[in-house]
Design a protein around this ligand. Structure first.
Ligand code: NDP
Ligand code: ZN
Length: 174
């Protein structure tokens, strides 16, 4: 038996093995991709294997040395494309990357939209409950509003996930 979801978790755990999240407790990075897959399948009822694997792998190219070719060889073209669609170009200045995420949200594939929604849901929940160390109230608020601008450009992809996003947004720090 070949369980591709478990293989993706093992692959991502290895790639992110030396990384931590930005919260005060410096949580293991892999908690985040696993949280996306958990939201997608157990909160939104999504069982599309490509979406779940895309979620598990979503930060490997952006945040580790993982290459497109490696993903194609290990998981196939479909999965690699989903990951690339949610990967920022780190050569661009931060402000451009932020603006491009808003613009691109409208045109990426539906599987990529679902991964993007889960990523924003998880990041808003993290900022509400275990925010990056040192973030001011204003910085948290700006992140919430930027995430909403991204999500507003992909609405219609999955109403139930969008409701989960809206619930997470309702915890916008005041
Ligand atoms: P960052 O991009 O620096 O951090 C947010 C990202 O960190 C999230 O998208 C998430 O990405 C990851 N992350 C890791 N741990 C956590 C956690 N516990 N909670 C939430 N997210 C986490 O922040 P911004 O996008 O706000 O900043 C972008 C740019 O803004 C910076 O490069 C800087 O130049 C500028 N800036 C803005 C300030 C402000 O007050 N608005 C102040 C200082 C700088 P992922 O899903 O990929 O893991
Ligand atoms: Zn992420």
């Amino acid at each position: 038996m070949n369980n591709r979801i478990i293989a993706a978790i093992a692959f991502a755990a290895h790639k992110h093995r030396d990384q931590r999240r930005k919260d005060e407790a410096a949580s293991p990075y892999i908690n985040h991709p696993i949280a996306l897959a958990n939201v997608l399948t157990n909160e939104a009822g999504i069982d599309d294997e490509a979406v779940l694997i895309g979620a598990i792998l979503h930060d490997t190219v952006e945040d580790t040395e993982t290459t497109e070719q490696e993903l194609v060889e290990a998981f196939g073209r479909t999965i690699a494309d989903i990951v690339l669609e949610v990967t920022d170009d780190k050569n661009l200045p931060a402000a451009d990357r932020k603006r491009l995420q808003i613009e691109h949200a409208a045109t990426i594939s539906r599987p990529a939209k679902l991964v993007k929604l889960a990523d924003k849901i998880c990041n808003l929940r993290d900022i509400a409950h275990s925010p990056p160390a040192g973030w001011s109230l204003q910085r948290k608020q700006e992140y919430f509003d930027w995430a909403k601008a991204v999500v507003d450009n992909l609405r219609g992809a999955h109403p139930q996930l969008e409701r989960l996003f809206d619930l997470a947004y309702a915890a916008r720090p005041q």
